[in-house]
Design a protein around this ligand. Structure first.
Ligand code: SAH
Length: 374
């Protein structure tokens, strides 16, 4: 095991809105197997066995298939000021852009990689881009393709969430970021902690499928802070969860802080898989920054079952700045090679169809075999 930080025990406080949201009790009814502190610091043979157990849990549920989603980043305007994020509004050195929806639509309708079944439309927190770019893009894609559509657009007002759903998408990616409310506030994470949780509950209540997530290895994050992320995730009405390693962004307040440990991040991913074998858990591209060369593949080895091809046009990509300007870009080739090297294969069923095939009571009706022969 590697050394763990010391710290106070802090549990997330959920506000009353969150506790009343439908879906909340359902999520809480499942008795998930919660990680222990020791599991988060495993190394060597014990770590390998832990990851293998997690990978087996994923295979038992999803076979050897992983969902392949493309991501397009359509605006780097952001009204938030997260301490860790390069798109924070105080970063004056960033060239801000909004994509032209017709250009992105053309890309996705006529030039998308053959393996992708879903697209995730992502942006800084920018309501103008939602109106001018995202809504018409969703409407066009809905008309012209059978792509599953996810969005990752941050904390918006309810009517905007409703409009997005109306336009033809029903998967929202919204990380809770940090489960310790004090740390959430100190890091200036989006809006207020309670409001972020309330938004997740609103989305669930109005029929969205939700993928949330948290950041591992943030500066001064204690073991209890880390464990609180699992406690919160287990209580939320969500269908998937990501773990991103903290990457010190070049143009952020945390530029000089140490990067998250890859082992800690992977142990969190394995723990999450064992906590909820039924969840969709991505292998995030930042794993390759935290572990040069093999981080991504090691992510797949912890039971991740979603991969992301970056499709943002190159001229925009440089300024969609989460961490560093020289991001490691996951192309279709790299993704397919990583999947094949881990004895996995791309799912022919989209994530959207997978969710649609689930019964309302949460029973999974999807079988990879059925999807493959369809
Ligand atoms: N505005 C949207 C999403 C865009 S930012 C929203 O609020 O959800 C996408 C994600 O990048 C954030 O959720 C955050 O968790 C992650 N991120 C940003 N900077 C990061 C960093 N330095 N290290 C790790 N993750 C980071």
């Amino acid at each position: 095991m590697f050394p763990r930080p010391k710290g106070d025990r802090v549990f997330p406080q959920l506000n009353s809105f969150a506790l009343q949201a439908p879906g909340f009790y359902f999520a809480a009814m499942i008795q998930p197997s919660m990680p222990t502190a020791d599991q988060l610091y495993l190394l060597g043979a014990d770590q390998e066995a832990f990851h293998q157990k997690a990978a087996l849990a994923a295979r038992a549920r999803f076979g050897n298939q992983v969902f392949v989603r493309g991501v397009v980043e359509v605006s780097n305007f952001c009204r938030e000021n997260c301490a860790y994020c390069g798109m924070r509004r105080s970063n004056r050195s960033l060239n801000r852009f909004r994509a032209d929806y017709e250009q992105i639509a053309e890309l996705l309708i006529h030039h998308r990689p053959a393996s992708m079944t879903d697209v995730n439309i992502q942006a800084g927190e920018d309501p103008v881009a939602v109106r001018e770019v995202v809504l018409p893009l969703i409407q066009t894609l809905r008309r012209e393709t059978d792509l599953g559509i996810s969005v990752c657009l941050g904390s918006l007002n309810h009517s905007m969430y409703d409009d997005l759903k109306q336009a033809g998408t029903s998967i929202y990616v919204i990380k809770f970021e940090i489960a310790n409310p004090k740390m959430y506030a100190a890091m200036e994470s989006p809006g207020q902690f309670d409001q972020r949780i309330a938004n997740i509950c609103y989305l669930a209540k109005t029929g969205w499928r939700i993928s949330s997530g948290f950041i591992a290895g943030l500066p001064r994050q204690t073991t209890d802070d880390l464990l609180a992320n699992f406690t919160l995730a287990a209580q939320l009405p969500i269908d998937g969860c990501s773990v991103s390693p903290f990457i010190p962004g070049e143009e952020t307040l945390l530029a000089n802080e140490p990067m998250a440990s890859l082992d800690l991040t992977l142990n969190c991913m394995a723990a999450l898989r064992l906590m909820r074998p039924d969840w969709v858990i991505p292998s995030v591209s930042a794993l390759n920054l935290a572990g040069a060369g093999n981080g991504y593949r090691r992510g797949l080895r912890t039971g991740a079952n979603l991969v992301t091809i970056n499709l943002t046009p190159a001229d925009f990509r440089e300024n969609y700045l989460l961490y560093k300007r020289n991001r490691f870009i996951m192309t279709e080739d790299r993704i397919l090679n990583a999947i094949a090297a881990e004895d996995l294969e791309p799912s022919s069923q989209s994530l959207a169809d997978f969710y649609a095939a689930q019964k309302v009571n949460g029973t999974v009706t999807f079988t990879p075999q059925a999807a493959a022969s369809a």
